[in-house]
Design a protein around this ligand. Structure first.
Ligand code: ATP
Ligand code: MG
Length: 575
């Protein structure tokens, strides 16, 4: 994959001097104590991530600065200053207190991306309770699993979604309160009752190690896991928002992630506001025109999105972005799935700057490996570990492998935003570790310059004719063909070769599904990759199965192919 030319720092057209000026120097000298100095502790040494995101600005010039620009799907717009975020979340915290919510209680949010979601999240943290998030598209079964497993005592929801909770409420004995935005019926708590509460609140002096939020993983590889994070996570979320997203005081920052997933918590609430940055939230669906229009209208300067969205934009072609003035964009990042090198290069072509890929997980709580503004980008590489993080590639016994060898992507224990538990599943938690290493479940390699390269999920790596082949590389080669929009690759059992590579692809506009095209694509991959690593079988698809956070679910394709049970599909899109 290194056939793609390195994008030199000078060629990125950086409009501003980066916050992280010298990666190597900072990596060498940094200690987490330095980052702790940048977040706001209480005088007694306690740390509350909501206080750090919002209330620390009281008495500063940021207090009346716009923190949130909220944009509804119909383009209704509302703006909130840090002061207003503080007051609204304080009111909500007072409401929770009145309901008897205590420190450590799980209070879940099941809402569209409306302003109340953000007030509620901050308010929950302020009481010392644990905020959980549930993606708005979840159905009753997914809700039951998560609210049941976490023994949530309250759920904050919206009139348009609440009926789904009632479908399973009988099976949720711990669930006492349903707080509803919009029309509330008897027995429910109207969110609006917070309006009568005091805008002042005495924020809980939580300890760094106290739990702040929990959420369930995306369910890409199996049943979602309930991951617990401590208030200390905000230390790393702060420093990565500063270094990796390169957020600056005068930015208009748009992250497209939903708080139902960890990116939406870490980088649309805690890390971004900790840096005092005006954050745009769009409560609408994806379409190239609406997205480009938002960038134009709001002069978005930093944009954080996901490979699936970038691939969709690519698929729609290069003419649409030309209709818009996108000159405000100064920096672009991506997370969630491997970012194909084609997508990085496409960024250069259309926006005159690359997308900066970064790797992390629900469990890691913040960005771990990334590309930085001040560093050359090798398209297809996840970049280098953030200062303070030691990443490595290890075998199944925890022995570090040599440069270039593929193995388990692992992190040395002890970064601030590391998950503190898997809810009620100590064994699962322990299973992540071999000695000092946290084992991510992803396969990767590291090159001679220290750049990390994603190979695939451990479960997805294909063994064909005695060779191990990572799906990412084959998928990227497929996407490089002009006809292919998206690709997912699996190993299909084969008597002769152990496994053969089978690809599922969607096509770009204007291409016809036929055998000739299949052959041409096979030849194309054969030429671009090692001969054994081309897909012997290709199926044309109208769309690929994805999680609701936009990740390709290879396990589903594989199960269907093999006629096996498909497992947990609670996060499957269009279910
Ligand atoms: P589950 O653990 O339930 O199967 P999931 O792993 O998709 O779901 P998340 O925690 O949301 O849940 O996603 C983390 C995973 O996403 C990583 O382990 C990795 O496989 C993938 N990922 C995230 N960012 C990148 C990236 N930049 N490059 C490659 N893969 C990435
Ligand atoms: Mg995972």
């Amino acid at each position: 994959m290194e056939e793609f030319e390195t994008i030199k720092k000078e060629d990125k057209h950086l409009a501003r001097e980066p916050n992280l000026k010298d990666y190597d120097e900072t990596y060498r000298t940094f200690s987490w104590e330095d980052a702790r100095k940048e977040v706001a502790f209480f005088e007694d040494g306690s740390l509350n991530a909501a206080y750090n995101a919002v209330d620390k600005y009281r008495g500063t010039d940021k207090w009346e600065k716009t923190a949130l620009i909220w944009l509804d799907s119909d383009r209704t717009e509302k703006r909130y200053t840090f002061r207003q975020l503080s007051e609204e979340s304080n009111r909500f915290a007072n409401l929770l207190l009145k309901l008897g919510i205590k420190k450590g209680d799980r209070v879940f949010i099941f809402m569209p991306r409306i302003p109340q979601l953000y007030f509620a999240f901050l308010g929950i943290l302020k009481t010392g309770a644990i905020a959980g998030t549930l993606f708005q598209a979840f159905g009753p079964a997914a809700l039951k699993d998560r609210l049941g497993n976490s023994e949530a005592v309250a759920v904050v929801t919206h009139e348009s979604l609440k009926e789904r909770i009632y479908e399973v409420k009988g099976e949720l004995p711990e669930l006492k309160h349903i707080i509803v935005v919009g029309e509330a019926k008897e027995g429910e708590v109207p969110f609006s009752s917070a309006e009568g509460m005091s805008p002042e609140f005495s924020i809980a002096h939580t300890k760094e190690e106290d739990y702040a939020f929990m959420l369930y993983t995306s369910g890409t590889t199996g049943k979602p896991k309930g991951v617990l994070h401590a208030h200390a996570a905000c230390i790393q979320e702060h420093i990565t928002a500063k270094w990796v997203l390169d957020l600056k005081e005068d930015d208009i920052y748009w992250c497209t992630a939903d708080p139902g997933w960890v990116t939406g918590i870490a980088y649309t609430i805690l890390g971004n506001w900790s840096n005092g940055v005006t954050t745009l939230i769009y409560n609408g669906r994806f379409s190239p025109d609406s997205w480009y229009k938002i960038i134009e209208d709001y002069k978005v300067s930093v944009w954080y999105t996901a490979p699936t969205a970038i691939r969709m934009l690519m698929k729609e072609g290069d003419e649409i972005p030309k209709k818009y003035d996108l000159s405000s964009l100064r920096y672009m990042c991506s997370v969630g799935e491997p970012l194909n090198p084609e997508a990085v290069v496409w960024g250069m072509k259309v926006f005159n700057k690359p997308f900066h890929d970064g790797w992390w997980q629900t469990e890691t709580g913040a960005i771990m490996i990334a590309n930085y503004p001040a560093m050359d980008v090798k398209p297809g590489s996840m970049g280098k570990p953030i200062p303070g993080v030691v990443a490595g590639v290890v075998d199944d016994n925890g022995n570090q492998l040599k440069t270039g060898e593929e193995g388990n992507l692992a992190i040395k224990r002890g970064w601030p935003s590391m998950m503190r538990a898997i809810w009620k599943n100590e064994d699962k938690y322990k299973s992540y570790f071999i000695g000092d290493w946290y084992i991510s479940g992803d396969k990767a390699s590291v090159d001679e310059d220290g750049y990390f390269w994603f190979v695939g999920r451990a479960d997805d790596v294909i063994k064909t004719a005695g060779e191990r082949v990572g799906p990412f590389e084959v998928e990227s080669a497929l996407i490089d063909h002009p006809a292919v929009a998206e690709a997912a690759v699996i190993g299909k059992p084969d008597e002769l070769r152990g496994e053969i590579i089978k690809a599922f692809i969607t096509l770009n506009k204007g291409y016809e599904k036929n055998d000739e095209l299949k052959k041409e694509i096979q030849q194309f991959v054969k030429k671009h990759m090692a001969g054994h690593a081309y897909p012997r079988e290709i199926d044309f698809m109208d769309s690929l199965p994805k999680t609701r956070s936009g990740k390709i679910m290879r396990r589903l394709l594989k199960a269907k192919e093999l006629g096996l049970p498909i497992g947990d599909t609670s996060t499957l899109e269009n279910d």
